[in-house]
Design a binder for this molecule. Structure first.
Ligand SMILES: NC(=O)c1ccc[n+]([C@@H]2O[C@H](COP(=O)([O-])OP(=O)(O)OC[C@H]3O[C@@H](n4cnc5c(N)ncnc54)[C@H](OP(=O)(O)O)[C@@H]3O)[C@@H](O)[C@H]2O)c1
Length: 322
């Protein structure tokens, strides 16, 4: 299949506005690959970091951002028998989602649930995989434990609230706006706290903390960690990575656990298979349906990333394509 397709391209690192629309040339499929006509692409905080040159995985320039998308298969390599042209699928990518089409390895695709829109499907995999890796695989969260979720109105935060509730934990959500707290409550949080309230952490004793924010919130919330508690280091949306003093871990006999949801499966295929099976189960049961905030057009990717950087998003932003 020859021809060209539209994409949002990063040709120089910087603020979201550096993204520009461009036509790219199609390439042929390699064995094991499929071509997907993308209908929607999920927006994630790491996209923002990647465009700014601050993400751990630095693609060669120029690049198309986007770690997740959903669409229909339009071509399969001759050796691919698991999918057919026309199948609606969810893509988990290492980049390239902000485009009218993408090539994916067939084994990484997930089936789009029939009752979900393409926008919902596109917003699912990154947050779901992050929440599952943090709470189940690395955090060993058990029923009846107390889970404190920071940034609980954001993409990964809301997914962690939902999963924590499903696992039987009592979830306490921390979020900065009434809208974000209401979303966390709808997702099942037992109580919601405003980090702007003085001493908001007083009275909280958490067995596990899901932390995609870091910064000042880390310093405050660490006081709420129970003896033997697990602190799940997910990200640093609030700024620079905190530098916890080891004596505070010692005194609490606490664990500080780093989370790399995407990398874990690449490093440890058996862990990747478990994550994959968990996400497929969620999709079959209809669990983990994302809460969408604003849906933008492909050409508005910079505007969408700007909105994310300004902390205005409750749930997920999505680009509608085609
Ligand atoms: N470890 C992994 O595998 C993995 C996977 C995906 C994402 N991440 C990381 O997790 C972090 C959050 O990702 P996300 O998709 O949940 O992002 P998000 O949807 O933007 O949510 C992040 C939350 O952080 C809080 N926040 C505090 N200060 C902020 C600031 N200056 N700018 C933006 N947000 C701020 C906001 O909550 P309040 O307004 O309530 O404070 C916001 O809702 C990012 O650092 C991302 O790179 C890690």
């Amino acid at each position: 299949m020859t021809g060209r397709y539209r994409a949002m391209v990063c040709r120089r690192l910087g603020p979201p506005e550096v993204l520009e629309e461009a036509w790219l040339a199609r390439r042929g499929l390699q064995p094991g690959e499929v071509r997907v006509a993308i209908r929607a692409a999920g927006i994630n905080f790491p996209d923002l970091l990647q465009v700014a040159g601050e993400y751990q995985h630095k693609p060669s320039m120029p690049f198309v951002p986007g770690f997740e998308a959903a669409g229909e298969i339009v071509e399969t390599a001759p050796d691919v028998s698991s999918w057919r042209t026309g199948d609606p699928v969810i893509l988990r990518l290492r980049g390239g989602g902000y485009a009218e089409e993408a090539i994916a390895t067939a084994s990484t695709l997930l089936p789009k649930p029939a009752g979900w829109s393409y926008e919902e499907a596109a917003a699912f995999p990154v947050a779901a995989a992050t929440a599952w890796t943090a709470l189940v695989q690395r955090g060993r969260l058990r029923a009846s434990e107390i889970l404190l979720v920071l940034g609980a109105g954001g993409g990964t935060g809301l997914a962690a609230v939902s999963l924590g509730v499903t696992l039987g934990a009592r979830v306490i959500a921390v979020a900065s706006s009434a809208e974000k707290r209401a979303a966390a409550q709808t997702a099942g949080a037992a109580s919601c706290l405003d980090p702007a309230s003085p001493d908001w952490w007083r009275g909280v004793t958490a067995d596990a903390v899901f932390d995609p924010v870091g910064g000042v919130l880390f310093e405050q919330a660490f006081r709420a960690l129970a003896p033997g508690g697990r602190w799940l280091v997910v990200g640093f949306a609030g700024g620079t990575p905190p530098r916890p003093a080891a004596n505070r871990l010692l005194l609490r006999e606490a664990e500080l656990i780093g989370i790399r949801a995407g990398e874990q499966g690449r490093r440890d295929p058996s862990a990747g298979m478990l994550q994959d099976a968990a996400l497929r189960d969620w999709l079959v049961s209809g669990q983990g349906r994302p809460r969408l905030d604003v849906v933008y057009r492909l050409g508005e990717a910079g505007t969408a990333l700007r909105r994310l950087s300004e902390r205005q998003v409750t749930g997920k932003l999505v680009l509608r394509i085609g």
